[in-house]
Ligand binder design. Sequence first.
Ligand code: MG
Length: 411
Amino acid sequence: MKNISLLGSTGSIGRNVLEVVRQFPGRFRIVGLAAGTNGRLLREQIEAFNPEMVSIGNTKLAGELAQSLPSGWSEKIRTGVEGNVAVATLPGADTVVSAIVGAAGLTPTLAAIEAGKNIALANKETLVMAGHLVMAAIKRYKVTLLPIDSEHSAIAQALEAGNQADVSKLILTASGGPFRNLAERDLWAVTPEQALAHPNWEMGKKISIDSATLMNKGLEVIEARWLFDIEIENIEVLIHPQSIVHSMVEYVDGSVVAQLGVPDMRIPIAYALSYPERLRMNLPRLNLASASDLSFSRPDFEKFPALKLAYQVCKRGGSLPAVLNGANEVAVDAFLAGTIRFPEIALVVAETVSRLPREEGASLTAILDADLAARMQAASIIEALRMQTQQRLGKDVLSPELPPGHIPLTI
Ligand code: MG
């Protein structure tokens, strides 16, 4: 029996994790659940899985949750960052599924590692921000880290076919997102609704926008660099719109090993939870005979500069990946709120990266400081952009031309 604490239980990955757990009651038990703001769904999950402890975003939500549960439950409810850490370090848990969205996942994931828990990682931002610290902690505390991200799960599976020393490169596939075929000029007019409509995967809002900008692939390149201890030059991205080949490993003899499957997150979740065994999943099977052609092409770094920026930031390292990530989170929120336009997400991130210093070998405190500084810097850049756009209202708001005095993208 594997005892699981699930961080981010009400999000897209969290709900899929619970579906897998529900199908295998003899193998998995949920001991802790941590959610953000969806108290109603958390209450349903508590009733279904009866955990020892839960956490929710703030004390107001905790009060409402306690009222809706039988008496005695209030002592088992924690809140905020401390609550996430308490659930992540529950003595009864042996595995922690880290599926909180964004930078908020870093602190509880590190706490779980230091408490000796094995990690199933969906929160890629943890490795983007602090890959060096996380991987060092994984070694020091002798725990395992298995990726839930579908590309990294594919690579982990393909790496079983050979020795690390014989790997020549990793090939991450990307669907290309909903705007793969849109002209660069038309990207200025896309709405959050269009950007949220991913062609192949059902996902949360933040990752859907990241997929549309290709920042998600950029974050995944950085994630792979740490997870598989490989130079960034040996990580390649290929656009593969069908999302059937989830990623590949090329070996020194020229063999390429790929993992294929239907695009369903329950497959990589089940692999991460049951490794090295495999679970008999009741899912539609991949039918290659009826699948459309599988196609592959190089990404367009000019149209999707976020991917290029992520490569450059990964190469420079230090605290900059945390800056990239923090600025991106703020820019994605601003785009979803209608404050900035789609191409301005990458502009805001690039400008933030260019304005902030790079710190070498950053400690956790320095990384969290860099994250905060990036958020403040990005917010001020967004405000400047918003004022510029507002001044142009009634003229040509969705013009592809940058407004005069607009921040140039220097990457
Ligand atoms: Mg992925």
